[in-house]
Design a protein. Structure first.
Ligand code: CU
Length: 300
């Protein structure tokens, strides 16, 4: 049987193949994003619990265009796909270390501990800690494929976004989506922290920073789909891990980016930023065991 040897369909030599569009990139990355309608809302909070210092209070009127956002933060499995496709090295790997919460570093050799973070002695700089070894050398992701990727810097998050046809949400988009359509509520599910005695997010219970009773089910990260989603279908916007946003923190000469949502380390005795309106920042090149990210994209 004759075979067709024509090469007409091959690209002419020297001509680069077309870059796939964002939707194709997202599909290749295995990402499906939720569609968030445009709308106006009160961003921030006037609650006595809200922080003036953080710029959480007073609330202000805000408008967001329709956009898309992931239902969960990026998982270890999703991030691995990116690393395997690109060979990308994260900033934690380039620097050779990352911040690990002290209770998770207990078995490590002292020689791996570079020191503690100023003012937060429970953060240890651990040599060899990075996304695939979140507690340093010898640690692994077995049983945590569906947990949020951590030890990723702002630049790492942007690199993943470029590869996956996405972007980081702005802070305002993040809050609008995290509110899930509720007006002025403290949390993504309402005003009561544990409705009917049921935990709805992953923060710290017990004595911070020495003992976590894990009453909510988790000492460290939880699977990204733990607990119920909010009204827009977002899982864990609050608690679990902090999420990088595209927004710059006001009045700073270094590159500080707003992070939102709080983490499994939030506890009222030290940090109650697990409210949906709460905000803080980190230096863009920081990586820690409690910060990840959630991707977004423009609407069509
Ligand atoms: Cu906190």
């Amino acid at each position: 049987m004759p075979i067709n040897l024509s090469r007409r369909s091959a690209p002419p030599a020297g001509e680069s193949t077309q870059t796939p569009d964002a939707a194709t990139l997202r599909q290749r990355a295995g990402l499906e994003l939720l569609e968030i309608p445009s709308g106006e809302f009160r961003c921030g909070s006037d609650s006595p619990l809200a922080s003036d210092e953080d710029g959480e209070r007073p609330s202000r009127q805000a408008y967001v265009e329709a956009f898309r956002i992931a239902s969960t933060s990026v998982t270890n499995a999703q991030f691995r796909r990116f690393i395997e496709a690109t060979g990308y090295r994260t900033e934690a790997e380039e620097f050779g270390w990352s911040f690990v919460f002290h209770l998770f570093a207990e078995g490590l050799d002292d020689s791996l501990i570079k020191g503690t973070a100023a003012g937060t002695p429970w953060w240890l700089g651990v040599e060899g800690a990075y996304w695939a070894a979140p507690e340093g050398p010898g640690s692994h992701l077995r049983d945590r494929e569906d947990h949020p990727v951590v030890h990723v810097s702002y630049a790492d998050a942007l690199a993943y976004c470029r590869w996956s046809g996405t972007r980081l949400p702005t802070e305002t988009e993040w809050e609008f989506a995290a509110r899930g359509g509720l007006e002025g509520a403290l949390y993504p599910w309402g005003d009561e922290f544990t409705p009917g005695g049921e935990h709805r997010c992953n923060i710290w219970q017990g004595e911070f920073p020495s003992s976590n009773t894990a009453e909510d089910g988790y000492v460290g990260t939880a699977p990204v789909r733990a607990y119920q989603p909010n009204g827009y279908g977002l899982f864990n916007p609050c608690g679990n891990v902090w999420e990088w946003t595209a927004t710059s923190w006001e009045s700073s000469t270094v590159d500080l980016r707003v992070i939102r949502g709080g983490s499994y380390l939030c506890h009222d005795s030290y940090c109650s930023r697990y409210r949906v309106s709460a905000r803080t920042c980190n230096t863009a090149d920081s990586s820690t065991g409690n910060t990840g990210f959630r991707v977004a994209a423009d609407a069509d």
